[in-house]
Design a protein around this ligand. Structure first.
Ligand code: ATP
Length: 374
């Protein structure tokens, strides 16, 4: 069993709190991705698990054993860095075989294990080359192979695919995930690429400013972001987040989107959660671009707005719809909508929109937390 438990980990570098009271349980055989923007503390947390950083506070347990005072070598983990360090004087084969030779594994088994990982990583025909004759992406695969060949209980990977080209990255994602499933190694994988995180993780831990923001399955994190940060970080384009407040109109409670002419009727549950949980009538309305429908004719609730910008992605169009203008900053208030590529409109044209109510999310502007049940 190799579950990893982090209990209230804090790590500072001078005045910088790189990791702040971080607690997390990674289950045995689980694949967890640490996701967040640059500088949010992902690498530092990973290095603390590996024993390469020493937190000021908190406990780290691997397989139920406290490892705070164990050296990296005694933690039965394999670490793959973004910046690989291969032995330049050894061939690819010997680089991969190195950790096995060090623990005196029989030659025939070494041969079999090296060949196996070389096949997975598509580097079979490079085994006799020296690292200086490899591209960056190839070197990175060798570094991955050197970690995989050990079959450790725990894999820690820090952006191990950063130097691979787009196509290889997609292949490697699938291969790595398959390999992890087969070997059953508990894995923590660091990335700032949310597509990588969504496609590989059993659970994603979203981090910001050293703080764990949310941990959940990719679907939970994407569909039910607990904070404005997670809502804005996940998804490309990200969730539309527009300020709003509850107003009473003709005896009905409506969510009015600030500086726009748009008001939405809310369900009783949504009104109740706003009343119970929001600190003030200062809300943020959230909806993902794929949960808005647009039409050239009046449909549904007949909300009319105009096209501001069109971005064609090939498989879809992203249309920015103008809802109003912030009088203080002069910034336009836009709603981004994902449409079928065949939906052709021109800038300035009027279109009608409708929202899928069950995908509307409401946040408290003061606490930046999602209003539960909203
Ligand atoms: P990236 O995606 O850019 O690698 P990250 O999320 O992995 O970022 P960390 O490398 O863990 O972030 O850094 C977290 C914070 O700690 C940053 O503000 C960084 O500048 C700081 N930091 C990290 N290592 C050191 C160090 N050795 N000395 C001083 N500050 C450090």
């Amino acid at each position: 069993m190799a579950e990893i438990k982090l209990e209230h980990i804090t790590k500072r570098f001078g005045d910088v709190v790189a990791v702040n009271d971080f607690s997390l349980e990674v289950h045995d055989r689980e694949f967890v991705v640490f996701l967040g923007p640059s500088g949010c503390g992902k690498t530092t947390t990973l290095r603390a698990i590996a024993g390469l950083e020493h937190p000021e506070d908190g406990d780290i347990l691997i397989g139920g054993k406290r490892v705070n005072n164990l050296s990296p070598a005694d933690r039965d983990i394999a670490f793959v860095f973004q910046f690989y360090a291969l032995y330049p004087h050894l061939t690819v084969y010997d680089n991969i075989a190195f950790p096995l030779k060090a623990v005196k594994i029989p030659k025939s088994e070494i041969n079999q294990r090296v060949k196996e990982v070389a096949t997975v990583l598509q580097i079979e025909d490079m085994l006799s080359r020296k690292p200086s004759y490899l591209s960056g992406g190839e070197m990175q695969r060798v570094a991955l192979g050197r970690a995989m060949v050990r079959r450790p209980k725990v894999f820690l990977m820090d952006e191990p695919m950063a130097n691979l080209d787009a196509k290889l990255r997609v292949n490697m994602r699938t291969e790595l995930k398959r390999l992890q499933h087969e070997t059953g190694a508990t894995t923590i994988f660091v990335t700032h690429d949310q597509v990588e995180a969504m496609s590989m993780a059993d659970r994603i831990a979203v981090m910001h400013l050293g703080v764990l923001q949310q941990i959940g399955t990719p679907q939970e994190v994407y569909n039910h972001p607990k904070s404005l940060f997670v809502a804005g970080f996940m998804g490309s384009p990200s969730m539309n987040l527009i300020h709003g407040e509850i107003q009473s109109r003709n005896g009905k409670s409506m969510l009015h989107l600030t500086h726009t002419e748009l008001s939405l009727e809310l369900s009783d549950e949504q009104i109740a959660s706003v009343r119970q949980q929001a600190e003030a009538n200062e809300l943020v309305f959230g909806i993902r671009p794929e949960h808005i429908t647009v039409a050239k004719e009046p449909v549904g609730r007949e909300v009319k707005a105009s096209v501001h910008l069109i971005e064609s992605l090939g498989s879809a169009n992203i249309i920015d719809i103008f809802l109003g203008e912030n009088p203080e900053t002069g910034d336009p208030i836009l709603l981004r909508v994902r449409t079928h590529p065949a939906f052709q409109v021109d800038v300035g044209q009027s279109i009608w929109l409708d929202f899928d109510d069950k995908h509307v999310r409401l946040f408290d502007r003061r606490t930046e937390r999602q209003l539960v049940g909203s």
